[in-house]
Design a protein around this ligand. Structure first.
Ligand SMILES: *Cc1c(COP(=O)(O)O)cnc(C)c1O
Length: 436
């Protein structure tokens, strides 16, 4: 299947795995990132740390989070409003302390990244600038069965501009009997609708199937026809290799609480290509925090944006949630995104192997892995279950596995490079083998 993903630049050599505890331990022994596991808290199950595979939904808490928040609370307690300038990390500039490390995660220049707001709200702000339909070009092309927030986003944006969603939204669907989209079908659909498309908008990693989309190829195809290309990277940021600048993506947005471990509902990030850094012709929904920094407190009329993505900021920095995001991004910077991606792929390959081995030996497991093969996957695996799917899921939960159930019948699991071990996955396999 042609689901050419975005990982071409990171080599991945499949290994000859052996399903044993000693083999899992040997893999952990060789893992250069293994020490990072100690920097996170694991929820417990019957007094033991659970097997946590839902980093795709809510990443675990970095142990440094609490003290990072405490620093800001103390500055607030001791300095009051003066914390904006005299704080340990002066709040006035807080957003600037994050852009550089966030840029490393998504393969961007710091000027192309701003940490602000939350994901769905950011997408609306980005659409305000980059979805500019006219009577000829007004359509948006996206994957069918996208994450609900994205469906509502596009539907409401199209209506906001006075168009009919039925007509203006083109959805690309998997072929009959298939779960993933074929890359060639996406590109062909863009070709087919090119004269009426105002925007190409896909996710980076499909939340349900775990499919990695070819961001570079989709962007190139859109640009071939002069169409803007934007991406929702909720399940991609901190998981797969991203090179947003080199791939020439126009805009993207992501949240920080999934693979980026920054806590529930934490502050999000946006990418806006450097070519728009000083483009004041784009419409924007503006607020004071995007205004030119020198003049921000002069309280004058007339919006003058900061250069780059910072010029899309609206409100002042939510420091308490940014404090956690800051320590999380520092962990990524120390680990190196390339290493995170490589280990994520190895964990995924090992999990795939262990699950298939359990399926061979245990006929009660009615499972089908619906995530495409590399390079069409990151670290997530989606398992289509049979009649007894919910029973299996409950059995896993009782045995200390935290996975995630998605209606109608999919179990999603994502082993995460920064805190999951190969041994975690070995135990998952044992639990699956014992299901009756
Ligand atoms: C998780 C997720 C969201 C969540 O949006 P919030 O605004 O952070 O609540 C949006 N889109 C996708 C694709 C997601 O996976």
């Amino acid at each position: 299947m042609d689901t050419a993903g975005t990982h071409k630049d990171i080599t991945f050599a499949p290994m000859n795995f052996e399903n044993s505890l000693s083999f899992a331990k040997a893999l952990d022994e060789k893992d250069g990132l293994r020490h990072f596991r100690n920097e996170f808290y694991f929820p417990s199950h019957k007094g033991k740390p659970c097997y946590y595979f839902t980093g795709n939904s809510l990443g675990l808490q970095p142990k440094a989070a609490e003290s990072a928040i405490k620093v800001e609370l103390d500055d607030w307690k001791n300095l009051g409003v003066e914390g904006h300038f005299r704080g340990t990390n002066p709040w006035m500039y807080y957003h600037k302390f994050l852009a550089e490390n966030a840029a490393l995660v998504v393969g961007a220049k710091p000027i192309e990244v701003a940490v602000m707001n939350q994901l769905s709200s950011n997408l609306h702000f980005l659409f305000a600038s980059f979805y500019r339909p006219d009577n000829r070009r007004f359509k948006v092309i996206m994957e069918a069965a996208a994450f609900p927030s994205d469906m509502y986003l596009v539907e409401s944006q199209v209506k906001f501009h006075g168009f009919n969603p039925e007509e203006a939204i083109i959805e690309v669907k998997p072929r009959e009997g298939e779960f993933a989209l074929r890359n060639e079908d996406i590109l062909q659909a863009i070709d087919e609708h090119k004269d009426q498309l105002a925007l190409v908008f896909f996710s980076g990693v499909q939340y349900y199937t775990g499919q990695v989309f070819d961001i570079r190829g989709i962007t190139a195809k859109a640009h071939e026809h002069g169409i803007t290309a934007g991406f929702d990277l909720a399940h991609a940021a901190g998981n797969i290799e991203l090179k947003l600048h080199d791939w020439d993506v126009d805009f993207a947005a992501w949240c920080s609480y999934k693979y980026l471990n920054s806590g529930p509902g934490s502050v999000a990030g946006v990418f806006i290509n450097e070519r728009y850094a000083n483009d004041n012709s784009l419409p924007r929904l503006a607020g004071w925090w995007g205004h030119n920094e020198e003049e921000r407190f002069r309280m004058l009329k007339g919006y003058k944006p900061e250069p780059g993505a910072a010029g899309w900021q609206v409100s002042n920095a939510p420091v308490l949630s940014m404090a956690v995001h800051k320590v999380s991004l520092e962990i990524f910077a120390r680990a190196g995104m390339q290493h995170v991606v490589e280990k994520g792929r190895q964990l995924n390959a090992w999990m795939d192997f262990v699950i298939r081995d359990a399926m061979r030996s245990n006929p009660s497991l009615e499972l089908q892995i619906i995530t495409p093969e590399f390079p069409g996957r990151g670290c997530q695996l989606s398992l289509l279950t049979g009649e007894n799917g919910k029973k299996l899921f409950d059995f896993m939960t009782e045995n200390g596995v935290i996975a995630d159930w998605r209606n109608p019948n999919v179990i999603r699991m994502a082993p995460v490079a920064l805190y999951n071990s190969f041994e975690d996955i070995y135990h998952l396999g044992r639990i699956l083998q014992s299901f009756k």
